[in-house]
Design a protein around this ligand. Structure first.
Ligand code: TUI
Length: 313
C-alpha cells in the first residue's frame, strides 16, 4: 500500500527515512533502520572526514540494504565530505542547513541519489532545476535547525511546485502523522525524534529519557538572532539562550554558550547544560523500541487509519 516512487528510486521497502541527526545518527542506527526496510542515514554533521568514512564502512558491514549520508552544509568540512561520499560509493545523499547546488553535478556524475532538505518552495524549485532526485520538505516542528513554515503548510505547497517526489519531515512520530503527510501529497516521511529513542540509537540514556519524559510544550526555538535557530527541549541552557535574546546580546555570546553544547548532551548525557535537540512530537513518544518495531508499527497504524477514515467518509 505504501510503495511509492521513492521506494523504487532508492530500492527500499518502506518510504521512511531516518533523520540525519547531528552527533546522533551513526552506523548503529542507520544500519538498523535500513535493515528494517527504511532508509538509514549517517549524519556527517561537523565530524572529521575519517570518522564519517569509518561510519560508512561500518554500515556497509552491518547491512546490504541502501543507506544514506546527511551532509550539514554549515560544517567547515562539507567540501571534503561531499567528495568522500563519491569515493565511498554512497547511494543516497541528503543535505541540511543550506543550498547544496554546487555539489549536485559531481554527485550525479557518481550516480548518487540527491535529496536536499528544503524549508521553502523557492529552494525546492531551485533544487529540482539543479538535478535533485527528490526533496525533503521539513517543517519547523522538527528538532534541530529549523525554517519558518510548519509541515502542514509547507508540504502541500512544495508538492504543487515540483514534479520530483516530496518527503515530509517535522512533527511525524506515529502512524497518524504518517497517514496525514500522505494526504498532503508526500510520497514518504522522514522521522528523527522517534528514532532517537530506538534501542539501536547510541545517544546517551539521559537524552533518551528527556525525550520520553517530554510534554507537548517542552520544546522551544533558540538562537534566532544567529540566523540558525534550533529547536531544543527546554533546560537550563535553553533558558540562558532566552536571556541572551532578552538582553539583545552580541552574537559572540551565543557562540560562546553554544560551543560544544550538542556533544555535551549526546555523549556526556548533560541534559541541563547541553543542547537537547528534539521535535515537537517528543511529547507523543513514550517508549524505546527497536528500529524494526518503530517502522512496522508506524506503517501498520497508518494503514489502519486510512481504512477507518475511508469507512467514515
Ligand atoms: O539541518 C537540519 N537540522 C539540523 S542541522 C543541525 S547542526 C546545527 N547546529 C547548530 C546550528 C545549526 C546547525 C541540527 N539540526 N535540518 C534541515 C534543514 N535545512 N532545516 C532547515 C534547512 C535549511 C535552511 C536554509 C535548508 C536550506 C536553507 O537554504 C538557505 C539558502 O542558502 O538558500
Amino acid at each position: 500500500m505504501f510503495q511509492t516512487k521513492i521506494c523504487e528510486i532508492i530500492g527500499i521497502k518502506y518510504p521512511i527515512f531516518q533523520g540525519g541527526m547531528a552527533w546522533i545518527a551513526d552506523s548503529s542506527l542507520a544500519a538498523a533502520v535500513s535493515n528494517a526496510g527504511g532508509l538509514g542515514i549517517i549524519a556527517a554533521a561537523n565530524a572529521p572526514v575519517e570518522y564519517v568514512r569509518d561510519e560508512i564502512r561500518k554500515t556497509k558491514e552491518m547491512t546490504d540494504k541502501p543507506f544514506g549520508v546527511n551532509i550539514m552544509l554549515l560544517s567547515s568540512n562539507a567540501d571534503e565530505v561531499a567528495k568522500l561520499v563519491c569515493e565511498e560509493g554512497v547511494k543516497v545523499v541528503t543535505t541540511g542547513a543550506g543550498n547544496p547546488g554546487k555539489y549536485i553535478n559531481m554527485w550525479k556524475e557518481h550516480g548518487i541519489i540527491v535529496i536536499p532538505v528544503v524549508p521553502s518552495v523557492a529552494l525546492a524549485i531551485r533544487m529540482e532545476r539543479t538535478g535533485a532526485d527528490a526533496v525533503i520538505a521539513e517543517g519547523c516542528e522538527s528538532g534541530g535547525h529549523v525554517g519558518e513554515l510548519t509541515t502542514m503548510a509547507l508540504v502541500p505547497q512544495v508538492v504543487d511546485a515540483v514534479n520530483i517526489p516530496v518527503i515530509a519531515a517535522g512533527g511525524v512520530g506515529d502512524g497518524r502523522g504518517l497517514a496525514a503527510v500522505f494526504m498532503l501529497g508526500a510520497e514518504g516521511v522522514q522521522v528523527g525524534t522517534r528514532f532517537l529513542v530506538a534501542k539501536e540509537c547510541t545517544v546517551h540514556q539521559n537524552y533518551k529519557q528527556k525525550i520520553l519524559d517530554a510534554k507537548d510544550i517542552d520544546t522551544i526555538v533558540s538562537g534566532r538572532p544567529t540566523g540558525h535557530p534550533v529547536r531544543v527541549l527546554k533546560n537550563k541552557l535553553a533558558r540562558q539562550f532566552q536571556l541572551l535574546e532578552k538582553e539583545n546580546a552580541p552574537l559572540d555570546r551565543y557562540e560562546e554558550l553554544g560551543r560544544g553544547a550538542l556533544p555535551r548532551a549526546v555523549k556526556e548525557g548533560n541534559v541541563d547544560m547541553g543542547s537537547v535537540m528534539a521535535g515537537q512530537i517528543a511529547g507523543l513518544i513514550t517508549k524505546e523500541q527497536t528500529a524494526k518495531e518503530i517502522v512496522e508499527e508506524m506503517f501498520a497504524e497508518a494503514e489502519e487509519n486510512f481504512r477507518q477514515v475511508a469507512a467514515r467518509v
